[in-house]
Design a protein around this ligand. Sequence first.
Ligand code: GLP
Length: 269
Amino acid sequence: MCYPFFGMNEGRFDPLKKSGLFEEMSWKMKIYRAKDYEAMSVKAASLLFAQVMLEPRSVLGLATGSTPIGMYRCLVEWYRAGRLDFGDVTTINLDEYCGLAPDDPQSYASFMRENLFRHVNVKGEDVHIPNGLAKDAKAECARYDEIICRSGGIDMQVLGIGHNGHIGFNEPGDCFQKDTHCVALSDSTIAANRRFFERESDVPRRAYTVGIRTIMRARRVLVLASGLQKAAIVKEAFWGPVTPRVPASILQFHGDVTLLCDDEALSLV
Ligand code: GLP
C-alpha cells in the first residue's frame, strides 16, 4: 500500500489543522538538542534506561550504525555498575546484510554482539536479528514478522537515519514497504557503508529490513542523529513533506517520536 504525499509542516493543509490532528501530531514529537555526540548518547541511553527500569520485560527495537555506539557504551557501563538489568528484555534488530553469516565481523549480528549483547545479561533466545544466510528470503521475512508479532510489538524503537533518509534499510522509493523485506541497497547507502569494509566490492548489495509498519507500530520511537553531515536530512525528514522518497518522514505521523540530535545535526532548523 502506498501512502499519499503530505506537506504536514508547510501549513497548507487546513483540514488537518481544523481536525486537531495537526496539533496532536506536532505536539507529540519531542525534540531534544544535545551539545555534542557524548551528550546525545547519554540522553539516548537514559531514555532506554527509563524504559527498561519501568518495564523490565520491554521489547526494544535496536539499530546499528555509528550513531548509537555511544548509547550502547553508556548502557554497558550502567549494566556493569549494577544499575540496569537486561534479564527480561527482548531485542529485535532492524536489519541485517544478506549473505553475511552472524559471525562475520561485518554483520550486524557481530556489531550488536560487540557493542552490547556480549557485555550484558540479555538472554540469547531473546535476541532477534534477521538471518543473513537464510536460503529462502521470503520465508525469512515471514519468520521475522512472526517473531515481532509474537513478541507483542516493540515498546521502544531506536533509529538512526541514513543520508538519504532511510530508516533500518527502508530505502527511498515510490511507496512505503510495510513488512520485513529484502531490499536492494541504493548506491548512496553502499557508498556510505563502504567505510566499514575493506573494499567497495565487499559491501553487500542486499539486506533484510523490518518494514515501515513495524516501525510505525512501535509504542515509542527514538531517532538519533549526530554531526553536520546529518543536518540536511534531519531537516528534510522532520520539517519537510511526508514522502516515501524520504522514508524517515513517515515518522511525522507517529504519535510518540523523540528526535534526539546533537547541535550540529539540528544546525539547519
Ligand atoms: C545503516 C543502518 C541504519 C543506520 C544508518 C546510518 O544503513 N542500516 O539503521 O541508521 O546506517 O548509519 P550511521 O549511524 O553510521 O550514520
